[in-house]
Design a protein around this ligand. Structure first.
Ligand SMILES: Cc1cc2nc3c(=O)[nH]c(=O)nc-3n(C[C@H](O)[C@H](O)[C@H](O)COP(=O)(O)O)c2cc1C
Length: 314
């Protein structure tokens, strides 16, 4: 293609120099194809001043990371005098890594190979995003496999109406018999992020698995477990000792993590729960709404402080 007259040599040089990408030219007639030109974009991208790189093969950007399969592809293409494109790990002068999308074009004078032109593009963000996406897909696949192999029958989880009714009855019994009554709220950590990342179907399946685990853990006649709100379960339990209940809750938190439900937005890498609640021997004027309010305050406190457990004894 011919260059229009109004495009001067200076303008072309400026265009090359001000390009965001690195642009390099190597002499294809010399051994190891040494660089004879590097633009300002290359200096910005790699941190190497041009004067330091001229006369050298550009392989210094690979540091010690020279076993990447892409390097063999690149070497083969160069040896055959062909153009090619590879994405490989390179290292700046300060040692920091970036993903380099390197495009090499072979330049011929008549039939003779004279130069290679390299264009270096920093694609780190794109590569990391793709890696993250691939990891999420892997997690989702693992989650699906886990759900498919789950054969145990679902435990009994009631709804909020039933729970409120049971809470009312158990409060009356505890008031009559001066027994210890505990009301707990259990929340799935970062559940909204889980739903956003893995989708609603996976979210529902996760709630089912966690709910069943909680129901198995509180399966006595003096316990009641319900799905209380969105990603929240409520438990009312009568007659356990405070120490016993605390240990029980610690075990439950461990068991939920041991379900190994992949969750890349969680610091544990798997789904975990936050447990909060209140235990007391109720007075005659204690009400169900006061109990639930205290359990909810404990839950909010736990969430605020980033802890997995907030437990009030009064
Ligand atoms: C013009 C040109 C630009 C190059 N740019 C890079 C680069 O940015 N990063 C890199 O890792 N290799 C780059 N290479 C490839 C290396 O310089 C080297 O040729 C390649 O690693 C194979 O040689 P080796 O067997 O010495 O490793 C470039 C090569 C040429 C000819």
């Amino acid at each position: 293609m011919s260059i229009p007259l109004e495009i001067s040599r200076d303008l072309l040089t400026q265009a090359v120099d001000q390009s965001n990408d690195g642009i390099t030219i190597a002499d294809a007639r010399q051994k190891d194809w040494p660089l004879i030109y590097a633009n300002a974009g290359f200096e910005r991208l790699t941190g190497y001043p041009t004067a330091e790189v001229l006369g050298k093969s550009c392989n210094f950007l690979q540091g010690e990371d020279t076993l990447q399969p892409e390097i063999s592809v690149l070497r083969d293409a160069l040896q055959q005098g062909k153009s090619c494109m590879v994405t490989l790990r390179n290292y700046r002068r300060d040692g920091s890594m970036f993903w380099n999308e390197l495009s090499i074009s072979a330049i011929h004078d008549e039939a003779t190979l004279t130069h290679f032109i390299g264009i270096q593009k920093d694609v780190t963000e794109r590569v990391l995003r793709d890696q993250h996406l691939r990891q999420s897909n892997k997690d989702l696949h693992a989650l699906n496999q886990q759900l498919l192999t789950q054969t145990k029958p679902p435990a009994d989880i009631r709804n909020r109406l039933y729970f409120d009714d049971q809470l009312h009855r158990m409060l009356q019994t505890a008031q009559r018999t001066h027994s210890l009554l505990s009301v707990l709220l259990i929340n799935l950590n970062q559940f909204h992020l889980f739903n956003d990342r893995y989708g609603r179907a996976a979210g529902d399946a996760c709630l089912r698995m966690v709910g069943e685990r909680i129901a198995r853990s509180f399966a006595r006649a003096s316990d009641c477990v319900a799905r209380y709100d969105g990603d929240e379960f409520a438990v009312v339990s009568m007659g356990d000792s405070i120490e016993g209940l605390k240990q029980h809750l610690q075990r439950l938190r461990d068991q939920i993590r041991a379900l190994n439900i992949p969750h890349s937005d969680s610091p544990y890498g798997v789904m975990s729960i936050c447990v909060s609640g209140i235990s007391l021997i109720p007075q005659r004027d204690t009400t169900t709404s006061a109990l639930l309010k205290q359990a909810d305050t404990a839950l909010q406190n736990a969430k605020k402080s980033g802890s997995d457990c907030e437990y009030i004894v009064s």
